[in-house]
Design a protein around this ligand. Sequence first.
Ligand code: ZN
Length: 193
Amino acid sequence: MRHPGFPVDHALPAAHIGGTAEAGYTATLKTVTGQQVLPIEELLAAAFSKRLRFGIAIGTSGQVEIFVSALHCWSCGSETQIVSGIHVVVGPNRFRFSVPHFDSHLGLFELIRHRLPSNRQIGVVRQRYSRTQGQSYLSNGCVHCDAIFGQFYDHDDGSTGEKICEFAIAIDGQWLEAIHNRDGWGVYPRQAE
Ligand SMILES: [Zn+2]
């Protein structure tokens, strides 16, 4: 199918096919968070072994990656580290979250908190009152003075930060709620039952 604007729908596995007979054909799938490009042979093999799936099912294996950034505190000027990104990788999808997203998923954040290395100068993650937002929410803080780092702090270098740890998860109901949007096709790796 060459038409680029095809609908993403659970009833119809749709892929954009490119390439040539000589070079081989590739299939491009619209996943939940982006695109997945793979040789068409792999797409077909995945389809026949039921690894071409719509949405994200409970029990799917995933991985959490935690990123930290070093920056200077807006309040006391000291250098502190903050949790700058929490990525959940599930098959071909990469969901990118920041700390405040977990304000409505505090139980999940406890899993993340336990994985934070203790030898880093990371400020405590807790609910703090933000005058800008007029409410309290789960936030980063300065490791020295506990000043809040709001949702839209400036990265020193514009990057996600440094990946400091990763761990495996099985997607359960709580993770599905945190992921929220899960409409998309994807080829998932083989997984131990
Ligand atoms: Zn400070």
